[in-house]
Design a protein around this ligand. Sequence first.
Ligand code: ADP
Ligand code: MG
Length: 888
Amino acid sequence: MLTLKNVSKSYHPKKGKVVQALKDVSLSFTETGMVFLLGKSGSGKSTLMNIIGGLDNTDQGEVIFLNKQVSSFNQSEYDAYRNTQVGFVFQEFNLIESFSVYQNIALSKRLQNQEVTREEVVNLLETLDLKDEIDRMPYELSGGQKQRISIGRALIKNPKILLADEPTGALDSDTSKQIFELLKSLSKSRLVIIVSHDRDFATAYGDRVIELSDGKVIKDSNPIEPMETNQHMDLKTPHLPLKDAFMIGLSAFLKKPVRMVITMLILIFSFTLYGFLDSITNYSIDDVVIKQAYLAGQKTITISRTPEIGLFVSEMPSNFGQSQFDQLQSKYPNRFMRPVYEKRYFLSTVSNPTQDSSYYPYKTSGLIYIDNDLLAKTGYSIIGRLPQNEFEVVIPLHLVETYQKDGYIIDDEIFEINQPTDLLGKQLFNYTDLIIVGIIDTHFNKERYLPYVESSDGETKWLLREELDAINDNSPHTFLYVHKTYLDQLLNQSNYLSFGNSRLFKYDEPNKDLEETYQSNDTFMIDFKIIKTDSIPNDVIFKPGVDMDGLTENQIIIGIDTLDFWLMAKPFPDFYPLYEVLFEELVQNYANENYETYKDDLASLDQIYTKAEFVLALRDFNYFNALESSPSYALEHNAMNQASITVILNDSRTTTMATSFQYGLRGSRISVFDIEIVGFYQGAFSLVNQSFYEQIQQQTGAYPYRSVLVNLTGNMNNDIAFLHSVRKLGVSYEVTNEIEYMMSYNDNSMVFMQSMIIWVSLVIAIFASILFHNFIHISISNKKKDIGILRALGSRKVDIFRIFLSEVLFMSLIITILSLIFTTISIHYLNDFVLDYLNLDIDLFWVELKQVVSILTLTILVSTLSSWLPIHRYSKQKPVDVIKIIES
Ligand code: ADP
Ligand code: MG
């Protein structure tokens, strides 16, 4: 069955001479029987055994087992050979210390991918007289018992060859005898080769005794010739079933000592810290807004256009026009979007409104047209019906609360409003024909804001007031819902740009700080209402030298009614002297023209007896009973007009127009233009050409729409992704609602904090990974012996890997789960703390799937890599070397 032909083996130790352990050994063995190998220490017995058992290879010669060349096996064939054909019994037993007797024996069979029942093991142990020891641990057993277990472990595989290298070397002679008897009985059905020192036992039990000396066979009691056999070896590579690897891993895991618990605690702490910090870096204002909206049962959010960054452009959102809205909608064709027209109405039919209570709005915050599509997409319900023409409107339920509190008044008659339906059919305004035909429920979050009315806690009130003000500034709860034709008419009418409190100033030094100039007194106010025109009015007073029939870009004709004369003194020092001269001139002229006519009345009614006295009284802005008026005011106005026109038109410096466009609550945005004032005319509008008009509109954002109503889809992540996405458009949009308004106070500091924390959490993640890696590495190094044993038993590298991996994966799982639990708890406290600190009433941080995934990925990745590396290293060595390390 087994034949060795001219086998030689030499060792090349790193230090010292080459050792010839076997020299040209040729031997043949039969299929059964007990063969003893005798010889002095160092004679090559173990070397021969290892070569037969496939633990080591030969330098020269052949080992032939069942017609197969063992000596030319590859790694996996060796594994299969050891696993299925050979059973090993070592002097040092080599049981896996952390496994029970049962597990040690069962493992051996499982490594062959064979099922093993407890009964089977019990039966085997019975023959070894060890039945009662089945659940004991190796360290609880005596040497003889251990050796019998190790024989049992070999036997359960039912190997063709049983190899025992000095199996009794560590046992007393009585125990040795029992072992030899056991082996003898086993040799009836298989080949048993035993290395021994003991010549007496060898001659007593051995069917054949071979003696080695100095690597050579010097005696053979019963030599046999090589024989032909037609048996063949099945070299299918067996493997440990995953389930068993898993179970072995689990049981090993459960037996871990204190050190592991401590390491796990440190790791849990690190990963908790990582998860904690990571969830801070996850913070985004969009997430907060969407989550809060869902918590509050909101169906929509509003988004606004963010400002283009430039000089004088503050952080205020921009308005936008129809074409910009169309662009946005076309990017998200499946999402319901509707623009909100920038128009606020004072609710004149609220009786005696409590203007200081932010909970009860008495103004609308925007106009939006309503139809069935809006109802369907937002899920809002309506009491009454939709408007059918431009004279019908729908108001939000939240506005009804104001009427319920304050009452409804029309033509001095007050009505009590109890039900929302009480408002149906009523006029919305005193003097406009707008009839309320429906009440829309926009899911105003009463629960959240009622404490503002009811609570006396100043802090709570302040916080909720801020949010309520934002709701009153721009939200579906305060929009006015109109018929589309109503909105279309408004859009057609508003063909002028209106900028209250704009300024004109001189800007003649290019390096001078524009903002400084703007803030200085060197400016004067003007209420610009700008229209585009192609035709120039007849009464224009042009700047000297200008004579024109059309305006070019940056030219403007100012409507004189928009000037505020009193503010012109600073930028134009010659204004007042000129005005005084002109006023004097006009007074004189007026006196010259009118004195004679009113002479008698002036004397009798006003006690004015000369023209000089009349002039004096005109200068003093006196009231004249004779004239039933004071003409001085008209004269003054006239003088100022002329003076302004003269000083402005004669000034050669560039004039800069700074317009500020209001964005509701959020303030205004200032844009500047270099303009050329080419003239004045009597009017309330200032005139520019078409392209300048468009440029002003674009730069100031003076468009009709101020926000977009967007539906929430019911899928929170989807909506968050949408907000992230609109932020990244070329011209971006972002959410603007009450929550965002509150958060925007702190968003910058949050973003700053995040950028720091990202690095810290990265460092912690790396630290935790290294720690985990080290732990696994050390644990596996400590298991080097087990790896060697498993290799000697014929398990493949990948099986060993599976066992250890499933063990560390258990650890990873527990670490991940506990870390996440602690992260969640700590995030809860962080929320409380931050909200307290920031004076907010909303949750900012959440543990997200991302954290779960990242911690799990990290632990699994580290476990896998950290297990693989040492296992790969230890199993790369020949089993014999690993065993030798163990034995020495
Ligand atoms: P025995 O088992 O009969 O005591 P061995 O087969 O273990 O003898 O050893 C035979 C010879 O080979 C000895 O001189 C031993 O020192 C040497 N030897 C065995 N294994 C190695 C090895 N891995 N490296 C170097 N020398 C070795
Ligand atoms: Mg030896």
